[in-house]
Ligand binder design. Sequence first.
Ligand SMILES: [Ca+2]
Length: 564
Amino acid sequence: MKRREFLKIAGMSIAATTLAGCEFPTFQQSQTKPNIIVITCDDMGYADIGCHGCKDIPTPNIDSIAKKGVRFTNGYVSASVCSPSRAGIMTGRYQQRFGYEYNPGPEPHGIQDHVGLPLHEITLANITASAGYVTGAVGKWHLGAAPHFHPLKRGFDEFFGSQHSGHPYFGKHWMKSNFLMRGTTPVDEKEHLTDVLTREAIAFIEHHHDEPFFLYLAYCAPHTPLQVPQRYQNSFKHITKPVRHDYAGLIAAMDDGIGNVLAQLRTYGIEENTLVFFLNDNGGPGKRYGPRNSPLKAGKGSFFEGGIRVPFIVKWPLRLLAGVTYDHPVISLDILPTVAAVAGAKIPQDRKIDGVNLIPYLTGQTKEPPHKILFWRMGDDYAVRQGNWKLVNTGPHTELFDLADDIAETRNLAAEQPNVVKKLTKAHEAWNTQMIDPLWLPFVREPKPKKDYENAIHQDAGHYIQSGKTYTMTVKAKSLVGTGNRIILYCWCGFWDIRKTLITSADFSLTSIMEEKSISFDSDNYTGRRLIFGYKVTGPSPSNKVIVDRNIRLTYTERQPDPN
Ligand SMILES: [Ca+2]
């Protein structure tokens, strides 16, 4: 078959620059088992990598996976939030088959014995281990925090990371159960978490390059908190919006890390026969946190395309073509059967595996689309994709889109196409009967009474607190009339950017003269956390009788050594 003809049939398109000289490698070239690496990132925007058109953040290393492999233009995950998405990746099954519908909540919700990947489920690590692979997980686990859900109990030989959920890049997590660990032993890290995870992935390859290995590398980036490594603080001066600027630093650190991991494969001469998947676990959560999902609609938590269509790329130089795109819909559930086939492992026969082995589709052996239909569900919300039709049901609203010419889901065709709506709804109902009820309900945070200082006027300083410093905030204010009016100054640090912890506050009486008032704190207990500052005026007549100079000064100096 002529190559061009083959590509058309297989639903692939090829970049003009890579067409010349392409030859399909044959399976016989490899007598040894390929190594397998699955790299996930966390909450990245659809439009935030170069091969998806990103202009302001360079991602040459992620792009290099696409240049040397296959990029899925309709690549989906099975959930729009972190943890259920990882349950789908890890099992190759719609996670609703085993009740994994919602994220585990914070303590104590998320550390219960039944909140995690059920023990009867078979993981990617079980599959590869059964074929003689050494297995390692590095990064965010997020498939249960109780001891029996630990990666070492789920088929992995080695683990470095946090078990409960993601982890901040500097400092400790606010949940006691979510510490960094090697195996099960807590570790204390001073470096940026992305660099730490890269270091561990590189070490894993170094230790196991001469045997078949499976590495699951789950970066926490670019999920909040937006704590940027120092070396990228000045790398993105062209990005003026502070949140996007910091987010860019997190992407850059991860992209560089991925570059170092890929370089390690070259160091040992095993790049050609290593299969690498790269994908994001769910859509970007919105511009407020830095990501961009354009041209897709909505983001994390939604079944519009922005929540579930993600960057999804695979390379295996020995077997797959380089620099091509594959346009039929695929889903993260396909990773497990693909990995099983590549590893020469048996697929469990006692359960439904929803994913398919993608290799025959990517090599042209199979010309049909891998999936006739795809489903999503979280609570009462659901979505269905069949061909180019996409049904999205959110509560009482049912919307239908033709993704062929409306990727942004702007034109609801439900009223014009009632038969399509009926057909997809019926398909969803049939699929739904195979799923079970959620094993746990979503965590709902009880609204807490507002603390006094939460009514204060406050501002994000756009600065991460550095160690060994004394920080000072200075405000000028006066009271126009009467006595008793006061100003209270506050410094907070942000954890997940929105959760504030009070560092210090002080209450000052005001006079009729504009005077400076300041508060200071030593930085060491708050290093790496985002500085937020603010003030509140109070007293018998503060509302229009107190003048505060908008020019609030924040300074920091090296802390004076202790005289003792
Ligand atoms: Ca996520």
